[in-house]
Design a protein around this ligand. Structure first.
Ligand SMILES: Cc1cc2nc3c(=O)[nH]c(=O)nc-3n(C[C@H](O)[C@H](O)[C@H](O)COP(=O)(O)O)c2cc1C
Length: 219
């Protein structure tokens, strides 16, 4: 299935992949464990299952990553926030030639036309359950790739908060985020975005989240 960019949930919080199929299968082995064991004297063995804390997250990390630079930063973000994660995957995958910039290839042409909306494969299930979207993308010609516009026009972001971040070779986030604002309703709240270089550490992402986002979430 397209969009599964979330294999490495190292120690710490596991991020939850959300892509058409939604939540990971939460079934547990409790029953099997119980039926196979011979040691059934203890009445406690059949008592209430352990109470799980309510892990329902209201934050969704969304990212597009054509060459894999933005992906790990999105994954760190989801792990740190214990958020769900969704990868924007182009219906027509970008080839190396498509991405060779300043060749008038596909990506160049898309960036030259603000009205282009490359199709996305798959969708976010239950977008209404999220109130904060962390949105990661690479800078393409100083802007967000047009597929980010497709994404923003595909859902109702009324009343939600969007926190953009980007990776780039050298450009800053510039106007790439503010140029997306008009694609969402006025009631969408946009926090300031941040640019990271490739290979940014999880610690740096944690510091950013603590400074900018966790404070906002607590407010
Ligand atoms: C079509 C295209 C245009 C790009 N334009 C810029 C740019 O204007 N400034 C910049 O610093 N990097 C630019 N880059 C480099 C990417 O922003 C950078 O490699 C990014 O980290 C890639 O992220 P990804 O691997 O997650 O797709 C461009 C890359 C492509 C493919």
């Amino acid at each position: 299935m397209a969009g599964c960019g979330n294999e490495n949930s190292e120690n710490g919080a596991e991020s939850n992949l959300t892509q058409t199929g939604g939540q990971a299968d939460q079934s547990t082995n409790h029953e099997q464990e119980g039926s196979e064991t011979e040691n059934q004297e203890s009445p406690e063995a059949v008592s209430e299952p352990e109470q799980e804390p309510d892990m329902e997250t209201k934050t969704l990390v969304v990212y597009f990553s054509a060459t894999g630079t933005t992906r790990p930063l999105a994954e760190y973000t989801a792990e740190i926030l214990d958020a769900d994660i969704y990868e924007i995957v182009a219906e027509e995958p970008y080839t190396e030639d498509d991405l060779a910039y300043y060749t008038n290839g596909r990506a160049d042409q898309e960036q030259n036309d603000p009205n282009v909306r490359p199709a996305i494969s798959g969708s976010v299930e239950n977008m209404e359950r999220y109130d904060t979207i962390i949105l990661g993308y690479p800078i393409w010609h100083g802007q967000a790739p047009r597929i980010i516009s497709t994404f923003l026009e595909s859902y109702d972001f009324s009343g939600k908060t969007i926190v953009p971040f980007c990776t780039s070779h050298s450009s800053g986030i510039g106007s790439s985020a503010s140029n997306l604002h008009s694609l969402c309703p006025d009631s969408t709240k946009w926090l300031d975005g941040e640019r990271f270089e490739g290979g940014t550490s999880k610690e740096t992402i944690r510091n950013w989240l603590e400074k900018r986002i966790m404070t906002f979430m607590k407010a």
